[in-house]
Design a protein around this ligand. Structure first.
Ligand code: COA
Length: 242
């Protein structure tokens, strides 16, 4: 479920301030552009204990989805007659058969949905299916069309159904260094003087030195919350000018 917003001037101004773009495809070519007046934004409603947390520098391809809610597994049946009060076709069938509504036992599937935790620099390939409640640790990669049912360790590459580790992006020593400096807490543009074609160990030598000498500082961007956008939804063009 989501809330639909139409872009007004106040919303556009804030999206610009936070450098938020939209992505479209024109003849299969990906294009990033600013939203325009009256464009629609869908804000997910995260009121069911579910939701997801996504860290910095993550890449999430098209078609990524999550396991849907669960039916009860331990009852006579997984069918909705045991737990769903609002299906009129079930109630009508019950009335016809026993002259009363079948006594259901509530089962709140949405309360069972746990948060998906995506750490930093995670790349999730196209059409991946993720189980609720798992953690994709920093630096991991999920191969195209994988079905991930368990936590993925930092810098692991997983593939297949169910997903298994095929290898790690780096050796243990490099992973340890990456996790120690937490490079994702910095602004990528501050790395501009380090040559990306260097082997990772030399790249890290330079980055570690820059951090140790305080030549680059932790980047703390202002956060934008959905509730701020919702509040701006009704703001008129004139309000946004002042
Ligand atoms: C995982 C990935 C990054 C390749 O990693 P890699 O380490 O270079 O993988 P390789 O091609 O060397 O394959 C390593 C092994 O994993 C297997 N493998 C690779 N991708 C796989 C996949 N998607 N599903 C199942 N197995 C896969 C290979 O068959 C190979 O198996 P083997 O060792 O038994 O021969 C790539 O396959 C992938 O899925 N990329 C995502 C593409 C995408 O979705 N892009 C969207 C843009 S945002």
């Amino acid at each position: 479920m989501s809330v639909k917003l139409k872009c007004n001037q106040a919303i556009l101004k804030i999206l610009q301030e936070y450098n938020i773009y939209t992505r479209t495809y024109i003849k299969d070519r990906k294009k990033f552009s600013r939203l325009k007046l009256k464009d629609e934004i869908f804000i997910p409603k995260v009121d069911n204990g579910g939701g997801r947390k996504v860290g910095r520098y993550c890449s999430i391809a098209d078609g990524v989805s999550m396991f849907s809610f669960a039916h009860p597994l331990d009852r006579i049946s997984t069918a909705s007659f045991t737990y769903e009060p609002n299906h009129s076709f079930i109630n009508d069938a019950s009335l016809k058969q026993i002259n009363k509504i079948f006594p259901i036992k509530s089962h709140n599937p949405s309360s069972l949905i746990q948060k998906l935790n995506i750490q930093n620099d995670v790349w999730i390939g196209k059409d991946v299916l993720l189980k609720q409640g798992i953690t994709l640790e920093t630096g991991c990669v999920v191969a195209q069309r994988a079905v991930v049912t368990k936590n993925v360790p930092a810098y692991a590459i997983v593939a297949g159904v169910p997903a298994k580790i095929i290898r790690y992006r780096f050796d243990d020593k490099i992973i340890e260094r990456l996790l120690k400096i937490k490079w994702w807490n910095y602004h990528f543009a501050d790395f501009n003087e380090i040559d990306l074609s260097l082997p990772i160990c030399h790249y890290l030598d330079i980055l570690e030195e820059k951090i140790a000498k305080n030549h680059i500082k932790i980047y703390n961007p202002k956060k934008l919350y959905f509730k701020d956008l919702l509040a701006l939804n009704k703001k008129s063009f004139f309000d946004s000018l002042f």
